[in-house]
Design a protein around this ligand. Structure first.
Ligand SMILES: [Zn+2]
Length: 393
């Protein structure tokens, strides 16, 4: 895994056994490596989890390839809901549990975040491993252990298992709908504020902080920004860089055993919006699409409060300095636009009232110190949206 040297170093520093991490191939033609890997593992019966789109994109090829090598198995085609979307909910989970044969040695998740979350939960419950085949560079959670599931209409993240191997085929991923790649870029852009929030929590609350992990994640962010044009064009190298960055961010979370490096106040806004969409039974929006838009909003909020000396307590100087170094919200919006992503909540079906509510309430979703939390503790008035409205106060 020559691409993930920095991860090897981090594993060493943390005294983590490198062999516990998934086997990973990110390259053109990576799909061809699946059957040899499965034979090497001695698996005889495989269950492939797909939806209509990912069956066509990659599932069918994997199935026939396995068949050709006398590896048996079945395909679970996850049914979509009334919005024509696949959700990681009770229906999907039960479908996988019912349709997977007792003889199955392993599952293969072929798809994006949702298919992976369904698969990782079922694999954990059935006590068999799973392989990851991402069909889009849309999210950094492929290698994570946490499965965000929608149970009785509420989102709940359950700790399960990470894949034993990831086969990310650039030929397939580059053909994913543009909005998916844009979502992946949005999830990487989030590191702009998540890394700062992690540091804030370290300073204010003495939360464990790992400089190497933070640097590694920051490098991934910088690399994607430096190659935003190639990502926008879905060029081989651009997509490979983005996919590597997403996988690397996921591996950092796996090694640290928490999501601090990758998720801060911007993810809290996104979760708040998502819960509202669920409550209204509205169509779901890609995780990274919400997170990208939320990152620009949170950054603007932090920048508008950076000069208010009371907000960040004893660490105001340090925090203000860090905020000063964040990318500017306008710049982020331009990048999001360039890669073909949404740039405003409105484009995602989220109205200004909900954004304003989330700015004042989303910090309660998780027991975590963030800039958003501190601003909410210190505020004398409701935070307004658009954020620029707060400045003249
Ligand atoms: Zn994320």
């Amino acid at each position: 895994m020559k691409d993930f040297k920095a991860i090897d170093q981090l594993a060493k520093e943390l005294h983590e056994d490198r062999s516990q991490l998934p086997y990973i191939e990110v390259r053109k033609g990576a799909l061809q490596a699946i059957t040899p890997y499965i034979r090497e593992q001695g698996f005889r019966h495989i269950t492939i989890i797909v939806d209509d789109n990912t069956w066509e994109a990659a599932g069918e090829r994997i199935f026939h390839e396995l068949e050709k090598h006398q590896i048996g198995g079945e395909v679970v085609l996850i049914k979509s809901n009334e919005h024509d979307q696949v959700l990681a909910d009770e229906d999907a989970i039960v479908q996988v549990l019912v349709e997977t044969s007792q003889q199955s040695n392993a599952l293969i998740a072929v798809g994006t975040g949702t298919i992976h979350d369904i698969t990782r939960f079922c694999s954990h419950k059935m006590n068999i491993p799973f392989l990851s085949v991402p069909t889009a560079a849309s999210v950094d959670g492929y290698t994570s252990k946490g499965a965000p599931l929608i149970l009785r209409g509420f989102k709940q993240t359950i700790q399960t298992a990470s894949p034993i191997a990831v086969f990310a085929d650039i030929d397939i991923i580059k053909k994913a709908p543009r909005e998916m790649t844009a979502a992946g870029f949005g999830d990487i852009l989030a590191k702009n504020t998540s890394l700062l929030d992690w540091k804030i929590s370290h300073w204010i609350n003495d939360e464990p902080y790992n400089g190497r992990a933070a640097d590694l994640t920051r490098n991934s962010l910088q690399l994607c920004i430096d190659h935003v044009e190639e990502i926008a064009q879905a060029d081989d190298e651009g997509i490979r860089l983005l996919m590597n960055a997403l996988i690397e961010s996921g591996l950092v979370m796996l090694l640290l055993n928490f999501s601090r490096s990758a998720s801060g106040g911007e993810h809290h806004l996104s979760h708040y919006w998502e819960m509202d969409l669920l409550k209204r039974n509205a169509p779901q929006v890609l995780h990274g699409a919400k997170v990208g838009v939320a990152t620009a909003i949170i950054t603007e909020l932090y920048q508008s409060y950076a000069n208010d000396l009371d907000v960040f307590g004893a660490n105001t100087g340090q925090i203000a300095e860090e905020i000063h170094h964040l990318y500017k919200p306008d710049q982020m919006t331009q990048w999001l636009q360039l890669v073909g992503g949404a740039t405003t909540p409105y484009e995602l079906g989220i109205d200004d009232d909900l954004v304003q509510k989330s700015l004042n309430e989303a910090f309660r979703l998780r027991d975590r110190y963030t800039g958003l939390y501190l601003i909410n503790q210190a505020k004398s008035k409701e935070i307004l949206y658009p954020v620029s409205k707060n400045i003249e106060l």
